[in-house]
Write a protein that binds this ligand. Structure first.
Ligand code: HEM
Length: 495
C-alpha cells in the first residue's frame, strides 16, 4: 500500500513538474508579446510532422497562415524549442541580406562534423569556414563554366526524349507518364556528370547504382526521417549518422575513382572533379583543408542539393504548362521564332523571356525547397519591432507561404506567368525560391539553365497536357515539395 502511495505521488509530482516546465518553455513567445499558434504540451507545433501526417513545408505554411494578415512574424515551437517565422518581405531582406553578418549560418545539420560527407558540407557549414568554401566553389557554377555545360544538358536531354518517344501510345497518339520520374533521371544524369565526372544514362536502366543512390538519399521512410532531423532537429543529428553511411560510402568510392583516374591520366573534362583536383593540389588554408572527406563532401553536397530540386522544378513547370495550353502555345512560338534550327547558347536561352516568366511563376507556386532558415550569432533587435531575437534562436522563412501571400499577390494560387506585381517586389519573389542574400542557392543560374533546356527540348517536340492522378502517396515525410498524387503528363508528338 505504502509503495502504491509512493509511486502514485512520484508520478503526480513528475507530471506536475513536467507540466510546469513545458508550460513555462511554451510561453517563451507570449512572454515576449509574440503570437504563436496553439501548442501541444510535448511536440510544440510539430506534432503532425513528428507523427508523419504533414510535411514540414506544409506545416510551416499552416503556421504562417494562422497569423493575422499584417503580422510581421509568428513564433512557434518544435518540441519546446522556440523558433520565429518571418512574414514580411522587408524583414526577410533585413535578416538575409542587410544583417547577414548576424545571420550567416543555417540551422540545417547544425554545422556538425559527425559525418563530413553528409553533414559537414557547404549546406551546413558555419562562418568563417562557410565563406571560404563558398568562394572556392562559386566559379565552378558560373561564367564560362556554366556556358560550357549547355552541350552536356542537351546530351542528357536526348535519352529523355528517347524515353518519351518509346512510351506506349493510345490510338490518338497520346502517351502518359509521371513527369517527376522522368525529370529526376534527367537531372541525375547532368549532376552526376557535373559533380562526379561520370557519364550515366538513368533512362537506359532505372536501376543504375547512381540513380538508385540518389533515390535512397531522398525517398523512403528512413530517408524522410533523416531529412526532417537534419532540417528541424539538428541537435539530434547523431541519430542519422548510421543512415547516411551507405550513400556516403558509395559517393566516396565514386569520387575517388574519378579523382584517381583523372590524376593518373592527366586529362581535363571541365567539371567539378578537375576543380577539386586543383583545390587538392593547391595551397591549403588552415581554415578548411581540401583533403580526404572534405574533398568528397563538396561535390556530394552539390549533387544532393541539386538533383531533386531540379527534378521537382521541371516536373511542376511542365505540369503547369500542361494545364495551360495557351501558355504552352506562347512558349512553343517563342522557341520556334528565336531558337529553332540554332545551336542553343546561354544568350539564346536567356532571351526566351516568356519561358523565364513561366519558370519563375511555377517556382513561386511550387518552390522545391519550401523553407529555409538562419540562426543568430548574437542577440539581435528586429528593426521596427523592438523584438530581441536571442542568440541561437532559429529564424525561418516559409518560401511557399510567403510567395502565395495575398498581401503581396493578387490571385496568389493562380498560375499567371506575366504577373504585374511592382518591379521591386517582383525581383524579390523571383529569387525567393532560391533563397536570398549571400547564402542563397549557389546553383541558381545553373539550375535555371538545366530546367529551361529540359522544357525547350520537351515543348519543341511534344504537346503536353496534365492528367488527373493515378496514385496517391499518403507519405508526408518529404522535405522537398511533392505532389501526393504524382504529376502525370500526357505527351503527343508534334508534327
Ligand atoms: C530549381 C532548383 C533549385 C532550387 C529551387 C534550389 C533552392 C535552394 C534554396 C531555397 C536554398 C537555400 C537558400 C537560403 O538558405 O537562402 C539552396 C541552397 C543551396 N543550393 Fe540550391 N536549389 C536548386 C538547385 C541547386 C543546384 C543545381 C545546386 C548545385 C549544383 C544547388 C546547390 C545548393 C547549395 C550548395 C546550397 C547551399 C548554399 C550555401 O549554404 O552557401 N542547388 N538552394
Amino acid at each position: 500500500m505504502d509503495c502504491l502511495i509512493y509511486y502514485t505521488s512520484a508520478l503526480i509530482i513528475s507530471f506536475s513538474l513536467f507540466y510546469a516546465y513545458a508550460k513555462y518553455k511554451l510561453s517563451y513567445w507570449s512572454r515576449r508579446g509574440v503570437k504563436s499558434p496553439p501548442t501541444h504540451l510535448f511536440f510544440g507545433n510539430f506534432k503532425d510532422c513528428i507523427t508523419l501526417k504533414k510535411s514540414p513545408g506544409e506545416k510551416m505554411r499552416e503556421i504562417y497562415n494562422s497569423a493575422d494578415p499584417d503580422d510581421l512574424y509568428i513564433g512557434f515551437y518544435i518540441f519546446h524549442k522556440p523558433l520565429l517565422l518571418l512574414r514580411d518581405h522587408d524583414l526577410i531582406k533585413q535578416v538575409m541580406i542587410k544583417d547577414f553578418d548576424v545571420f550567416p549560418n543555417r540551422r540545417f545539420g547544425s554545422g556538425s562534423q559527425r559525418d563530413p560527407i553528409g553533414l559537414d558540407s557547404i549546406l551546413s557549414m558555419h562562418q568563417p569556414k562557410w565563406k571560404y568554401v563558398r568562394n572556392k566553389l562559386t566559379p565552378v557554377l558560373t561564367g564560362q563554366k556554366l556556358k560550357n555545360m549547355i552541350p552536356l544538358m542537351i546530351e542528357s536531354g536526348k535519352p529523355m526524349l528517347n524515353f518519351i518517344e518509346n512510351l506506349p501510345t493510345n490510338e490518338d497518339g497520346w502517351s502518359v507518364y509521371e513527369i517527376k520520374d522522368i525529370s529526376v533521371r534527367y537531372s541525375t544524369d547532368i549532376l552526376a556528370s557535373l559533380t562526379f565526372g561520370i557519364n550515366i544514362n538513368s533512362f537506359d536502366d532505372n536501376e543504375t547504382a547512381f540513380c538508385k543512390t540518389g533515390v535512397t538519399i531522398f525517398r523512403g521512410f528512413m530517408r524522410g526521417i533523416v531529412f526532417i532531423i537534419q532540417f528541424f532537429l539538428p541537435d539530434w543529428d547523431f541519430l542519422v549518422v548510421p543512415f547516411i553511411k551507405g550513400p556516403a560510402n558509395y559517393l566516396r568510392n565514386i569520387f575517388w575513382d574519378s579523382m584517381n583516374t583523372r590524376e593518373r591520366l592527366g586529362f581535363k573534362r571541365g567539371d567539378m572533379i578537375d576543380f577539386m583536383l586543383a583545390l587538392k593540389n593547391g595551397e591549403q588554408n588552415p581554415i578548411y583543408k581540401f583533403e580526404g572527406d572534405n574533398l568528397v563532401a563538396q561535390p556530394s553536397s552539390l549533387y544532393i542539393a541539386g538533383f531533386e530540386a531540379i527534378g521537382t522544378a521541371i516536373a511542376y513547370a511542365l505540369y503547369d504548362l500542361g494545364q495551360h495550353p495557351e501558355h504552352q502555345d506562347t512558349i512553343y512560338n517563342e522557341i520556334q521564332t528565336q531558337v529553332s534550327g540554332k545551336e542553343l547558347t546561354m544568350d539564346l536561352i536567356n532571351g526566351l523571356s516568356f519561358l523565364n516568366s513561366v519558370v519563375v511563376e511555377s517556382l513561386r507556386l511550387h518552390p522545391p525547397l519550401p523553407v529555409t532558415d538562419r540562426i543568430t550569432t548574437r542577440d539581435y533587435e528586429l528593426p521596427g519591432s523592438g523584438l530581441i531575437i536571442e542568440k541561437n534562436i532559429p529564424v525561418y522563412v516559409s518560401i511557399n507561404a510567403t510567395n502565395q501571400d495575398p498581401k503581396y499577390f493578387s490571385n496568389p494560387q493562380n498560375f499567371i506567368p506575366l504577373r504585374t506585381e511592382a518591379k521591386n517586389k517582383k525581383k524579390f519573389y523571383e529569387s525567393l525560391a532560391f533563397g536570398i542574400g549571400p547564402r542563397s542557392c549557389i546553383g541558381q543560374r545553373c539550375a535555371l539553365l538545366i530546367v529551361k533546356v529540359a522544357i525547350i527540348m520537351i515543348i519543341s517536340n511534344y504537346t503536353i497536357s496534365s492528367k488527373a492522378n493515378k496514385k496517391h502517396d499518403n507519405n508526408a515525410i518529404h522535405v522537398f515539395t511533392y505532389s501526393s498524387d504524382g504529376l502525370y503528363i500526357q505527351f503527343k508528338k508534334r508534327n
